[in-house]
Write a protein that binds this ligand. Structure first.
Ligand code: NAP
Length: 251
């Protein structure tokens, strides 16, 4: 058993694409879920002889995604992988405005992608791999905003706080099992991705903290996606991963 499995959401760009690149190895099967498929990732996988599967999946349809994952995992031999890991990385910021000005469809979609899908995928993963022999890990990519409130970010903050708290519950559940999964909801730091472009581009009249984000960029305080990916994956590889169900790479 020297093969590994990683399931990663939101691998088409930003932090997810950087993590996917760093995870490409001949002995690791990488299953990626996002709406867009990455041609550059496919080519890199081919060059490195790394098994890569990309599913085009809208995670606003979390139940369908979880059903597909359950079926796929059920087809894998239980003894095949020394480690199996789910990284719930995909996330969305809906319109940056007070909740009273929210677009209901966009807000519901962001909550589905940011909280409902991770929970359903976690349930499918933990159930399907329960009797697998290898080490099982669940990493939810959270945010400092799951722990600290911010005006005009109620949906995003609520999704991340939900991720943190369901991870705390899972940690209690898995600790009761003889071969429970190790779980953690991890804040990855501030990263130079499309999400930060969206925050800096918000209407300042609707977003009191906008200058904070423009200031971080101007001061060169954003991590590059590849730096952030390396820190998140190093955290995942720590021997004590899961000892703290809610953590921050900057701790
Ligand atoms: P990003 O550049 O905006 O990328 C978001 C990823 O999520 C994309 O791969 C996107 O893929 C996927 N995604 C969005 N909506 C989706 C949907 N409906 N269905 C499937 N996939 C969807 O974001 P990022 O900055 O890399 O963020 C990655 C994670 O880190 C998120 O959970 C974010 O909350 C967290 N985070 C980021 C920062 C930061 O400073 N950037 C800070 C703290 C936490 P498709 O568009 O192809 O579907």
């Amino acid at each position: 058993m020297n093969a590994h499995l990683t399931i990663l959401t939101g691998a088409s760009r930003g932090l997810g694409l950087a993590m996917a690149r760093q995870l490409l190895q001949p002995e690791r099967t990488l299953l990626c879920l996002s709406r867009q498929l990455s041609e550059e990732l496919a080519q890199e996988a081919q060059r490195r002889g790394a098994p890569l599967i990309q599913w085009s999946q809208d995670l606003a349809e979390g139940a369908a995604a979880a059903e597909s994952l359950s079926q796929w995992l059920a087809e894998q031999p239980a003894q095949r992988f020394a480690t199996a890991t789910l990284i719930n990385n995909a996330g969305v910021i809906a319109r940056i405005a007070p909740l009273s000005e929210a677009d209901p469809g966009a807000l519901a979609g962001a909550l589905r992608v940011g909280l409902e899908a991770p929970m359903l995928l976690a349930a499918a993963f933990l159930h399907a791999t329960e009797h697998w022999a290898g080490t099982r890990k669940l990493l939810n990519v959270s945010s400092g905003l799951g722990r600290r409130p911010m005006a005009s970010q109620a949906g995003y903050c609520a999704a991340k706080a939900g991720l943190d708290h369901f991870t705390r519950c899972l940690a209690l559940e898995e600790a009761l099992k003889p071969h429970g999964a190790r779980v953690c909801s991890l804040a990855p730091g501030v990263i130079d991705t499309d999400m930060q472009v969206q925050l800096r581009g918000a209407d300042p009249a609707a977003f009191p903290d906008r200058d904070r984000f423009t200031g971080l960029k101007a001061a060169g305080q954003l991590s590059s996606p590849s730096e952030a990916a390396a820190r998140v994956l190093a955290y995942l590889a720590r021997p004590d991963f899961g000892a703290e169900p809610v953590a921050d790479v900057r701790d």
